[in-house]
Design a protein around this ligand. Structure first.
Ligand code: SAH
Length: 230
């Protein structure tokens, strides 16, 4: 597989400035997030045919039934993480790698897990080609990465039916977990601050819509269903 890296021109940069303006107007005030968004070439995470979509504030299909999150959502979650330079961050749901690149631009060290091999492989090729070097894992986000824990921050970018205990465990004391929680069509963005070894403070914020965070079993069933639909 080879990825055609097209260039990042003044035109793209101009489109990005516009997008940042739009995201700012929707209430994002964290300048570090907005500066990162102005730098990451979102059009290179989508097929070249979708240039206009790349710089509109919408989620977009990236194949394997998954989506690249809406820029506003990426900015919102990134703001909640309150990234400091050098933070060790765990991301669940690499997807296109766009959210991951925003965190890297902000100076975080990122560990990201993806459940779908096809997307994991694609991100593994694309991100280094763009100059981003996260640690990418093909595996089950519900389990986190115990071998690399603890993390300063954890971000879940798929709809979690509940808050996985393993992720809470893998957070440093003083750390923040940002996770959209809800098994139905709508999820509540939730922040969990780890205040002590076993103590947490939870805040429920706004509603969002994410693709589901699948368990191994559900993923097997989904693949089977796809096979029969073909
Ligand atoms: N952060 C991504 C958004 C991806 S959408 C981006 O910026 O593009 C959510 C992703 O979570 C999908 O790619 C989906 O395959 C993945 N996912 C779903 N369940 C998962 C699980 N249990 N573990 C890891 N990734 C999972």
């Amino acid at each position: 597989m080879s990825i055609n890296i097209t260039t990042d021109t003044f035109k793209h940069q101009g489109m990005r400035k516009q997008l940042v303006k739009e995201v700012r107007a929707k209430g994002i005030t964290d300048e570090r997030v907005l500066a990162a968004m102005e730098r990451v070439p979102r059009h290179l995470f989508l097929d070249p045919a979708f240039l206009a979509q790349a710089y509109s504030d919408y989620a977009f299909r990236i194949g394997a039934g998954q989506t690249i999150s809406q820029p506003y959502t990426v900015a919102y979650q990134s703001s909640l993480l309150d990234i400091k330079k050098g933070d060790k961050v765990l991301e669940i749901g690499t997807g296109s790698g766009y959210q991951c690149s925003i965190l890297l631009e902000m100076g975080a060290k990122v560990y990201s897990i993806e459940r779908q091999k096809e997307l994991h492989d694609k991100a593994k090729e694309l991100l280094p080609a763009l100059g981003y070097n996260p640690k990418l894992f093909y595996g089950d986000g519900y389990k986190g990465l115990p071998a690399f824990a603890p993390f300063d921050k954890i971000i879940v970018t798929a709809a979690a039916p509940y808050i996985p205990e393993d992720l809470k465990k893998q957070l440093k004391t003083g750390g923040i977990l940002v996770i959209p929680v809800g098994a139905g069509n709508v999820q509540v963005m939730t922040t969990i601050f780890k205040t002590g070894d076993t103590t947490f403070e939870t805040h429920e914020l706004k509603d969002f819509r994410f693709v589901p965070m699948l368990t191994n079993k559900e993923w097997g069933e989904e693949k089977m269903a796809q096979k029969f639909r073909k």
